[in-house]
Design a protein around this ligand. Structure first.
Ligand SMILES: *Cc1c(COP(=O)(O)O)cnc(C)c1O
Length: 490
């Protein structure tokens, strides 16, 4: 062998460690599967929230050495440093924010997608992966009443979906940089902050933003929207975009979509609908009734990692105007010329900012097929009813004041103490519940007041967790109140 070959061979001997053979694979898979099973079997007793228990040095200061580390040692680090501190979103007690999911079936899809590493960005590279993703998007389109010609993309989440929708709206309406300060956007104060981010990222930060007033249920007041648009038109401005929510994050409120659709059509506005949280409730009869009018939008975002209980990292956006999405996102690079002729299906790379991307389809497709749709429909209706059950029970406990009836699965409430500052009291109440560790509730500000929030969307949450939460809130509020009275008397 010449020196070059000798060097190549010696490098190969080391590089081959990247490709474990059957016995080595088994030695990795077995402990990982055992760890996952231990995690799942122990979920019931695992606290919902743990403050940073170590200083994180095992992650932060540990070097990346030349030599390998054993899988058992690494699983111990993951357990102590990653899977212990912080919030535990896999648990039934995750009732804060909009809970995430984490279906086991999706993990198997991810495992296969990572091992085969099909490139799902371009039809030419993996017709099957692209067909699977487009089929899923068409299924979602059918669910919300979009026409078959609508296009879509499986994104990393709702934030990227909102960006794709807004960029498509911008190009469809021809909002050039010269016109920006005369082109108002309409939304409410309860629109998700990812929309504000998307507007800025899209270069639209100088569009006048009109915050449309809301009714007592924190839904967009459609008559007020109509008046604002008319006023702007009369003043010589060019209204172009209205953004509504089908399930706001704070309250779960559903904006009046049919009325907004009428106004948008009358004035030529693009209607973008953020249904990241609420969209998949359309799978159950009650949800479909509540969500009437989603089909009136021009673009819609819905998050499978919320309403389909998938692990984080899967959102979806659908847009009726295919050309608008292509205008913003299609690009033809010379080195991709081999891919040009295969055009049976739209390629995700032409419909999103991403080129390389994970094959997200398999983690959605596998659970839908393995479980069938029935358990998804049942779980979503169950969550709607659990929220109503909770609201009803809380409204009957003396001292608690409940917010608007939940439209979807978010309830808001607070305790009104006989003495002292209510905001401070409720802050203490949330902290006590968090310290107890069995359930996790979040809080928000509504009209400048501190409000506690319960959001039911974790697939492991069932009636017993809600009963536990009601009992915990009742007892903790009583304890805090009597403690406070003790302080006042002393
Ligand atoms: C969660 C959420 C988003 C953001 O989605 P990500 O998937 O977190 O990026 C946007 N809008 C609403 C209404 C949401 O609930």
């Amino acid at each position: 062998m010449n020196p070059l070959e000798t060097r190549i061979r010696s490098l190969e001997a080391v590089a081959r460690r990247l490709d474990p053979q059957p016995a080595e694979r088994a030695a990795l898979v077995d402990p990982v599967v055992a760890y996952a099973n231990r995690f799942l079997d122990g979920l019931v007793t695992r606290p919902m929230f743990v403050g940073p228990s170590t200083d994180g040095a095992a992650l932060r200061d540990a070097p990346f050495d030349e030599a390998p580390v054993l899988i058992d040692d690494l699983l111990r680090t993951i357990d102590a440093e990653v899977d212990t501190p912080g919030l535990n979103p896999a648990s039934a007690g995750h009732l804060g924010y909009i809970p995430g999911g984490g279906l086991f079936h999706s993990a198997l899809g991810d495992f296969l997608a990572d091992v085969t590493n099909r490139y799902a960005g371009v039809f030419f590279a993996s017709p099957g992966a692209v067909r699977m993703e487009n089929r899923l998007l068409r299924w979602m389109g059918d669910l919300v009443g979009y026409p078959p010609a609508a296009v879509g993309n499986l994104t990393s989440g709702g934030s990227l979906g909102n960006l794709i929708g807004i960029v498509s709206a911008r190009d469809a309406k021809g909002i050039s940089s010269k016109a920006i300060d005369r082109s108002p956007i309409y939304l409410t104060h309860h629109a998700h902050h990812s929309l504000d981010k998307a507007i800025r990222i899209a270069g639209l930060g100088e569009c006048p933003v009109r915050h449309v007033p809301m009714d007592t249920g924190y839904r967009m007041d459609a008559a007020a929207l109509d008046r604002l648009v008319a006023t702007d038109i009369a003043a010589g401005l060019r209204p172009w975009l209205v953004i509504a929510s089908a399930g706001s994050t704070d309250i779960g409120a559903i904006d009046p979509m049919p009325a907004i659709g009428d106004i948008a059509a009358r004035h030529g506005l693009w209607f973008h609908l953020d249904a990241a949280y609420g969209g998949f409730f359309a799978l159950c009869d009650e949800g479909r009734r509540l969500l009437r009018g989603m089909d009136r939008s021009d673009s819609i975002v819905m998050d499978p990692h919320k309403g389909l209980f998938l692990p984080y990292g899967t959102g979806a956006v659908l847009v009726k105007d295919r050309n608008a999405v292509l205008h913003a996102h299609r690009y033809h690079a010379h080195y991709m010329q081999d891919a040009r002729d295969a055009r049976e299906e739209d390629s995700p790379a032409d419909l999103s900012p991403e080129l390389s991307k994970p094959f997200r389809g398999l983690r959605v497709w596998l659970p839908l097929k393995l479980c069938g749709l029935a358990p998804f429909r049942a779980a979503l209706e169950e969550k709607l009813l659990l929220a109503r059950y909770f609201q009803d029970a809380m409204g009957r406990i003396p001292g608690f004041e409940v917010g608007p009836d939940p439209e979807l699965s978010v309830c808001t409430f607070r305790y009104v103490p006989q003495h002292g500052d209510a905001d401070a009291f409720n802050e203490r109440l949330v902290r006590r519940i968090r310290d107890d560790g069995r359930v996790f509730l979040s809080s928000t500000q509504v009209d400048g007041r501190f409000i506690i929030r319960l959001a039911v969307l974790a697939f492991r949450t069932h009636l017993e967790t809600i009963d536990l939460t009601i009992d915990l809130l009742r007892r903790t509020a009583l304890e805090l109140e009597s403690g406070q009275q003790g302080e006042i008397r002393a």
